[in-house]
Design a protein around this ligand. Structure first.
Ligand code: GLN
Length: 308
């Protein structure tokens, strides 16, 4: 039997209470200077249920940089636009490597391991940019997010985008390497500029949980992607959504999830809940330290693991 909102609220309150006083919080990402100055003392959690309820606790209405969580939404857009031909340019295997690792590219002839590591997401962005201007792609992404969340107050933080762009040497290197293998269709500067702006979308936990409802397969969620694609995006989130900690997230939480270096995690309990957590401090793999811990607590309290 489904857990009621009345039973869930105290669980969220407990988690938020404990996370607020946690001392070992990890460090915010500093390689994007604009993110390094975010107060690590914050924690928020929000979740949406199939009945239409949204529950929240902690700093759930504070906007944060979604960063790599954007990769889920650009993948959905790319699959809608290009269909399975996208898979000629990017694989579907976990990398077992850091999000910004270059080495796998050389082993795979410039084909990134999956759409959720940086080079994979750069290839996806490059694919949807083809024939368009960066501003068109970013407008399409914002429209997708606003429709998914049913909330028009979702924007790009220009300062974060420019801060990342000024330090994008590694992502540029990966894009150039892909170009050397014929796996880039646009000038590197355009693709990377678009990519840095997509990562700089600001959302709150409430907005992100609402935007994830289509992935949870709720009947009343905006229908943006076919059910078979939803299933596959969830499969990729489970196997690749946390980089070299994807196995650990599957083991500890048992739900598809996607993290970002802004400290957010979007996690999906298929048919049951769309969940967003946020805390800026990261662990060694670049995933939110308290966010992952909170997801563990929630999965244990609810029994929502996809593994039963
Ligand atoms: N914009 C970030 C980068 O490319 C995204 C990384 C992340 O969130 N893991 O480095």
């Amino acid at each position: 039997e489904a857990i009621s909102p009345a039973e869930l609220q105290p669980i969220l309150d407990d988690i938020a209470h404990d996370m607020a006083s946690a001392t070992d919080r990890g460090e915010p990402a500093i390689y994007i200077p604009e993110l390094g100055s975010v107060d690590p003392g914050q924690f928020g959690i929000a979740l949406c249920l199939p009945g239409g309820e949204t529950l929240q606790a902690g700093d759930a209405t504070t906007p944060f940089s979604i960063q790599s969580i954007s990769k889920v939404f650009t993948l959905a857009i790319a699959l809608g636009r290009l269909g399975d031909s996208l898979w000629a340019r990017v694989g579907r295997e976990p990398s077992g490597l850091a999000f910004n690792s270059i080495v796998a590219l050389e082993h795979n002839n410039g084909i990134p391991r999956n759409p959720f590591v940086n080079p994979g997401a750069i290839a996806v962005t490059d694919a949807i940019l083809h024939g368009l201007q960066p501003r068109d792609v970013l407008a399409e992404l914002l429209q997708f997010l606003r429709t998914a969340a049913e909330d028009d107050d979702i924007h790009i933080d220009k300062d974060v985008a420019l801060s990342e762009l000024a330090h994008a040497h590694r992502n540029i290197a990966m894009a150039e390497f892909m170009a050397s293998h014929g796996n880039l269709q646009n000038p590197t500067a355009l693709t990377i500029g678009t990519y840095c702006h997509q990562c700089a979308v600001d959302m709150t936990c409430v907005q992100l949980a609402r935007a994830g409802r289509f992935l949870a397969g709720f009947a009343n969620a905006p229908r943006l992607v076919s059910p078979s694609r939803v299933r596959r995006i969830n499969a990729l989130m489970l196997t690749c959504g946390h980089y070299d900690a994807s196995g650990d997230f599957a083991y500890q939480v048992g739900l598809p999830g996607k993290s970002g270096v802004g400290g957010g995690i979007l996690s999906i309990a298929p048919t049951r809940a769309s969940i967003a957590v946020w805390s800026p401090g990261l662990n060694a793999q670049g995933n939110s330290k308290l966010g992952a811990l909170a997801m563990e607590r929630l999965a244990e309290a609810t029994g929502w693991s996809v593994f039963g």
